[in-house]
Design a protein around this ligand. Structure first.
Ligand SMILES: [Zn+2]
Length: 264
């Protein structure tokens, strides 16, 4: 059965087969997502995605899938957004130790299968380092799942023509928030962002083979003012958001079945 970790009583937790139950820990962020989408966009997506995963597993006949959905970790590494109003970031070592302590507590109660659901790319490097350390130190297996199937043809098809830079705070993320609650998005205030810092050298990717470590001021509107988002959110819709959430959740099902069946 898939349940929210926080909803269980101590007595109910004592009945859980903790050795074989996956704890899915969604990693969010509290950072600017342009003029139109809320600061908690990644947290909202993380919450929605974990509920969508539950639905996707149940649709596959996996009502008894052994998983607990941990509360979303609401802040993360948002250094690249810190100069935009409202963004909150924690230091890499703080974040590492926060996640480390949570995992140690879970391991202390006998959980062996943990899975981070990465809903903000900036958190991924810490999750990767932590995963190796925990495996070596505690013999538990923290898996890493990425929240968005952004390369999936059904997801790509939701992006408006010409919107080639879409990622942070763009059409896809804005659509997913709209799928949860349209009133949280102020689409009429949206502006498109382009990566002007690498305008003449488009081969340079932020985290590609030649890494330059971008900050979000590098992303500007057409008139050159920093906007800190990638892509054009103006075509976002709740329907597109539902497609992205459902497709992404469905894509994670095989990996979760593997984790369930995994035994060291
Ligand atoms: Zn985001």
């Amino acid at each position: 059965m898939i349940r929210n970790y926080r909803d269980l009583t101590r007595w109910e937790m004592e009945q859980v087969d903790r050795e074989n139950t996956i704890v899915l820990i969604p990693l969010g962020a509290l950072e600017q997502h342009g003029n139109q989408a809320p600061l908690g966009t990644d947290d909202i997506i993380a919450e929605a995605m974990s509920q969508e995963i539950k639905k996707a597993l149940e649709a596959e006949g996996e009502e008894d899938f052994p998983m607990l959905l941990f509360p979303v970790i609401p802040v993360g590494l948002s250094t690249e957004h810190k100069n935009f109003c409202g963004s909150v970031t924690v230091r890499p070592d703080t974040y590492y130790h926060l996640l480390y302590d949570i995992c140690v507590s879970l391991a202390h109660h006998g959980f062996k299968k943990l899975a981070f659901l990465v809903c903000h790319g900036g958190n991924a490097p810490i999750a990767q380092v932590l995963s190796r350390e925990l495996r070596s130190e505690l013999g538990i297996a923290p898996f890493i799942l990425s929240s968005g199937a952004f390369g999936h043809p059904d997801v790509k098809a939701t992006i408006s023509k010409g919107n080639i830079w879409d990622f942070h705070g763009g059409e896809m993320e804005t659509s997913m928030v709209m799928a949860v609650d349209e009133s949280l998005v102020k689409l009429e205030l949206s502006e498109a962002g382009e990566p002007t810092a690498f305008e003449k050298t488009r081969a340079l990717k932020p985290y590609g083979p030649v890494s330059i470590g971008w900050v979000s001021e590098d992303w500007k509107t057409k008139d050159g003012s920093p906007i800190g988002i990638g892509g054009d959110p103006s075509g976002a819709s709740a329907e597109k958001g539902r497609i992205i959430l459902e497709t992404s959740a469905r894509e994670l099902v095989p990996g979760l079945l593997d984790i369930r069946d995994w035994n060291e």
